[in-house]
Design a protein. Structure first.
Length: 150
């Protein structure tokens, strides 16, 4: 089996084709598949580091790492998508995202707004629930926090 290739770029480094493909996949999953109308292009992409895994020429997972004070008060990871579930790509993109948050932004804490159903997935990469359930864009979410081990 081929190993996926990691891509990691700031917004300014993205080509127009890469940006288009990342936004297309995000729209396909979050807007169409989850039947959720929301503003995906929220102004945080320009300050974020974008990560994605490809197999051949197709994206199999993606995420973005936002500096503190953009999407959330703390450094955060968001727009996490795994296209092919059950193959470990989601875990890989999260591990790369955590490493990126630490390396590029000096993260000691990382926050996410996780869809409730994905709580166990995020727990497997070190996140712990840090809020009660809340509705976000019509979907139940929880805040989860990763803390760097000393």
């Amino acid at each position: 089996m081929n190993k996926p290739i990691l891509h990691k770029k700031t917004f300014q480094e993205l080509t127009t084709d890469e940006l288009y493909e990342l936004l297309r996949v995000r729209s396909e999953v979050f807007v169409v598949e989850q039947n959720c109308v929301y503003q995906d292009m929220d102004g945080d992409d320009q300050k974020s580091i974008h990560l994605w895994l490809t197999l051949g020429n197709r994206i199999v997972a993606l995420a973005r790492v936002c500096p503190a004070g953009t999407h959330m008060k703390e450094i955060s990871i968001g727009r996490v998508i795994t296209i092919e579930r059950g193959k470990g790509y989601g875990k890989q993109i999260m591990i790369h995202s955590i490493e990126t948050a630490v390396k590029h932004f000096g993260a000691t804490h990382i926050d996410i707004e996780a869809q409730e159903y994905a709580k166990e997935f995020y727990e497997r990469v070190g996140f712990k629930q840090s809020s009660d359930s809340f509705m976000l864009d019509g979907i139940p979410h929880i805040k989860m926090t990763w803390t760097r081990k000393r």
